[in-house]
Write a protein that binds this ligand. Structure first.
Ligand SMILES: Nc1nc2c(ncn2[C@@H]2O[C@H](COP(=O)(O)OP(=O)(O)OP(=O)(O)O)[C@@H](O)[C@H]2O)c(=O)[nH]1
Ligand SMILES: [Mg+2]
Length: 246
């Protein structure tokens, strides 16, 4: 299967070259699309250099400024759908997502429409160095979103995912409104409403290797409210089921 990894970057100059070489050492047919938002640390330049080294395998989408994860992914997905990629990966560039997990995810995608890299199924875990508050927030955030939306999934906020091309193509991107964590919840919910087969493959979520974490209570509190908006916005698709696919 031909995979393209879409990785949004904002100040990941240290991580990106290491990530790309780790990805290219996997036994997978894989390309990378970097979506950089004019990172002040020069990640965009680093990405261009990688693209010069691997002209067929690394592409860069430069955007003028920090426009957020939602549009970074949606712009990236659109670009990939113009190519012949058969599956599309969503992945952070900061090594929180172990590249090797893609092998298991690709296997599971054989029998699913989308695969979530899950921290909360058997075999999955989060960084043992995380403080208790952060572990608690992540677990609670998941429980909260899952319960309100009735999602039969263990990890609905994971940012590590693999989509079949056909699945992504049938999702109405233009309706997606939320950013950050809720963007991830919203996409999982869309896949669920549209009755796609969603698999979960265990991952270990490490803390970012370089750079500073931005996670906070404020981010989560806002997310908690927005989950209700997602529930309200897709009442039509909940009813429509698979006939709501594009
Ligand atoms: N292009 C783009 N990438 C972004 C933006 N915000 C975050 N990213 C990237 O998206 C990925 C996930 O963001 P992170 O900052 O790691 O978010 P997180 O893992 O929730 O929080 P950390 O604890 O800070 O790692 C990383 O590769 C970031 O560089 C953005 O506005 N635009
Ligand atoms: Mg991170």
């Amino acid at each position: 299967m031909r995979l393209t990894v879409v990785t949004p970057t904002y100040n990941e100059a240290e991580n990106l070259p290491k990530l790309v070489s780790a990805l290219f050492s996997l036994p997978l047919d894989l390309r990378v699309l970097v979506v950089d938002d004019n990172s002040p640390d020069g990640t965009g330049r680093v990405a261009d250099e990688l693209s010069a080294v691997y002209p067929d395998r690394v592409r860069v989408l430069h955007r003028p400024g920090k426009l957020g994860l939602r549009s970074a992914y949606l712009n990236g997905f659109q670009k990939v759908l113009e190519t012949d990629a058969q599956a599309v990966v969503q992945m952070d560039a900061d090594f929180s997502h172990d590249p090797y997990a893609l092998v298991g995810m690709a296997n599971l995608l054989e029998s699913n429409d989308v695969v979530l890299g899950s921290r909360y199924i058997k075999g999955g875990s989060v960084d043992e160095m995380w403080p208790l508050w952060r572990k608690g927030l992540s677990a609670f955030g998941n429980y909260y979103a899952r319960t309100i939306l009735g999602l039969p999934l263990c990890d609905v906020t994971t940012g590590y995912r693999m989509w079949r091309r056909e699945t992504l193509r049938q999702i109405p991107f233009e309706r997606i409104q939320s950013n950050g964590y809720v963007f991830l919840v919203e996409m999982a919910y869309l896949a669920h409403c549209l009755e796609f087969m969603i698999g979960e493959s265990p991952i270990y979520f490490a803390d970012r290797r370089w750079g500073k974490s931005k996670m906070s209570f404020k981010i989560q509190a806002e997310a908690a409210f927005r989950v209700w908006q997602v529930w309200w916005n897709y009442r039509d698709l909940r009813k429509a089921g698979r006939s709501g696919r594009l």
